[in-house]
Design a binder for this molecule. Sequence first.
Ligand SMILES: NC(=O)c1ccc[n+]([C@@H]2O[C@H](COP(=O)([O-])OP(=O)(O)OC[C@H]3O[C@@H](n4cnc5c(N)ncnc54)[C@H](OP(=O)(O)O)[C@@H]3O)[C@@H](O)[C@H]2O)c1
Length: 244
Amino acid sequence: MHSHKRIVLVTGANKGIGLETARQLAQAGHTVLLGARDHHKGAAAAAKLKAEGLHVEAITIDVDDAASVARAVAHVSEHHGKLDSLINNAGVLLEPLGAATLNTSLDVWRKTFETNLFSLVAVTLAFLPLIRKSDAGRIVNLASILASLTLHSDPTSFIYNFKTAAYDTSKTAVNAFTVHLAHELKDTPIKVNSAHPGWVKTDLGGDGAPMELEDGAKTSVALATLPDDGPTGAFLHLGAPLPW
Ligand SMILES: NC(=O)c1ccc[n+]([C@@H]2O[C@H](COP(=O)([O-])OP(=O)(O)OC[C@H]3O[C@@H](n4cnc5c(N)ncnc54)[C@H](OP(=O)(O)O)[C@@H]3O)[C@@H](O)[C@H]2O)c1
């Protein structure tokens, strides 16, 4: 188990699951870089954790903006020289819940894939040289149970009638990226996994979600601090595999 202090970057950490993930990792003594696309929101979130006696470093990173990502990479390189864990948490759900697949505009499809897939790939590739400098690199991709084609095509599954086409499909693609990147890096110490956090009470998950933030961050925290004999190329929720 890598109990030593890790340098961890969480994207989209100014609120929701990302902020709670940053909180729990800081509580465990890791050096947390709290990513936010809006500098002020990032500073406010970091101040909130500071008021709880925790220390995190706010870092501005808009995952959709290549220049912003490059500045974040340069900052981490200059100040830390490596990155132990990258948590690709930033994500968007642009469709109303219950949206009909055929009513989803191409604009929504494109914007959803831009942030949830292409930017996730871009951020990962940009930070990979720094992650390779870690002796136990971990990459955590926030997918969703809504990524599961097995469950979506099973009429007895509880997500069967819960379809947000662009979001779900972007997360299925995230899972495919996890599998491909894990294969590419299989002969390195780096582990790449997809997380389903749970259906969590956040702006994205909505008030009807059953899971509290504290539990919703646990899967990301566990995958960011996996021991050397932990899985890679897996799709997990609270330690248990989910069907692809
Ligand atoms: N909540 C759930 O039930 C649930 C279930 C399955 C998976 N997930 C996944 O878990 C992750 C976190 O979700 P959440 O529920 O915590 O959502 P949330 O409360 O809406 O937070 C999303 C975060 O992503 C950030 N973000 C969006 N676009 C960004 C960009 N271009 N660059 C940087 N940051 C960006 C947001 O920043 P702003 O504040 O600036 O908008 C915010 O900090 C997402 O990937 C989501 O798909 C959530």
